[in-house]
Ligand binder design. Sequence first.
Ligand code: SF4
Length: 193
Amino acid sequence: MNKTSLIDELKKECEVCQDCELGKTRTNIVFSSGDENTAKAILIGEAPGANEDLTGTPFVGKAGKFLDKLLEEVGISREKDLYIINTVKCRPPKNRVPAKAEKDACRNFLIRQIEIINPKLLIFCGNTALKSFVSNKGSFSSVRGNLLEVILNEKAYKGIAIYHPSYLMQYATKEQIEMTKDDLSQIKSIIEE
Ligand code: SF4
C-alpha cells in the first residue's frame, strides 16, 4: 500500500475512535495537515483548539497564522515540507492541557502516522509535545533548539523542540522570537540535507 492509502485507512479509524473521553465532546477529529508524500518533517503541537475542532485542521487559528508567518520568513513550506499533528486528535474542553491518559490513548495513532511518513525530523512544538516524547532532559528552555534522538518502536528519529506559537504570541521576548527563527533555520537545513 502507498503512503496515501495507509494514511486514509488510519484516518478512518480515528474518525470513529472513542478510546478516551475527548471523543465524546469533539466536533471533528483533527487528524493532520500537509502532504504525506512530500513532508520531510512532522511538527507535533499540543491539542486542537476551537477553530481546529470546527474545521478539522490543525493550527488554523491565531497561533497557526503566527506559525505560518515564521515559516514563511525562513522559507519552510507548511504545505510541502511539514506534516502537522497534535498529541491528541480531539479538542480538550475549554482548551485545557490534554491529560496523560488521553495522550496515551491517542499515542498509537501518532506513532503509526510517524512510521508511515518516516520523516527526517520530529519537531516538538511546545512543552506538552516535547514531554510526550522526551523525558528527563531538563527544562524546556534548556532543551529547545538542541538536536535530540527519539526512539519509537526501536527506530531512531532526530528531534528538536521549538517554542509553541501561542506562547510566542502572548509572552515571548524579542530574543525568544529570534531564537525560534534560528531554530527554524536549523530545521530548514536538516530537512534540505
Ligand atoms: S483524542 Fe485520540 S484516543 Fe481520544 S477519542 Fe480522539 S482520536 Fe480517540
